[in-house]
Design a protein around this ligand. Sequence first.
Ligand SMILES: Nc1ncnc2c1ncn2[C@@H]1O[C@H](COP(=O)(O)OP(=O)(O)OP(=O)(O)O)[C@@H](O)[C@H]1O
Length: 261
Amino acid sequence: MPSTSALSRLQSAGLYALELEAVSRHFGALVALADINLTVKAGERRAVLGSNGAGKTTLFNAITGDFPPTTGRVRLFGEDVTDLPVHERIRRGLRRTYQISLLFGGLSVIDNIYLACRGVSRGRFSLRRPRKDDSGMEAAETLLSAVHLDNVRDTPVGDLSHGQQRQLEIALALAGAPRLILFDEPAAGLSPTERTELVEILQALPDHIGFIIIEHDMDVALRVSESVTMMHNGRIFKEGTPEEIENDPEVQELYLGHGHG
Ligand SMILES: Nc1ncnc2c1ncn2[C@@H]1O[C@H](COP(=O)(O)OP(=O)(O)OP(=O)(O)O)[C@@H](O)[C@H]1O
């Protein structure tokens, strides 16, 4: 993983983690994304906001390749990945979390993280129980702490609270060497205390890991991001700093005034 000084070199060299050029996505006659131009710098933390149906998840699907764009180009770290499958984008450091849980409920917390670490490593996979000095296990222990789950290390995932499961999903997204993570509504269904913990976890991520967060909770979204993209009807409606977006009268009229967050 690059260090912080490597990050500043990348940024001063003008390297973008993500560049979307005239990206659109149609579902039959429905235009879910229309002519999206978006750049995210290496290490940048960006919130994507917008009301239901604005196109936020479709945007994530276009970036990951789950649903490739109908037109337009997607570049990751300077490389055109528009025609590459999902796993090739993962190899290049892209990760995502989903609104629905994809955890192995019968396995322990540490085993879920270990499997994620092994899944993205290039070594041979073994069904034997890992040794303590297994490098995948060391990485898993580090991620366990990063998401504040040390106290439930050996607990079956099915016995975790909803909030702990969301924290575990973040650990899985951190497996390997992520450079850009897409978080899809990580605060959904969390209690106020769990939201505070989520903010702490996201704020403490290493500087070189950039992320884009879709989040209806404005407080969470604005506290963890340095830039904000507002979407409306499949288009980018506004971009700015969290302060600019929060104080923008049009944003307030369109979004904040309608009971979101
Ligand atoms: N697989 C699909 N097939 C058909 N229409 C789809 C599909 N996925 C999304 N859409 C439509 O595209 C539009 C954008 O949906 P999208 O899920 O991206 O919005 P969103 O901003 O993520 O909303 P939410 O906040 O509710 O998750 C909506 O009109 C939705 O119904």
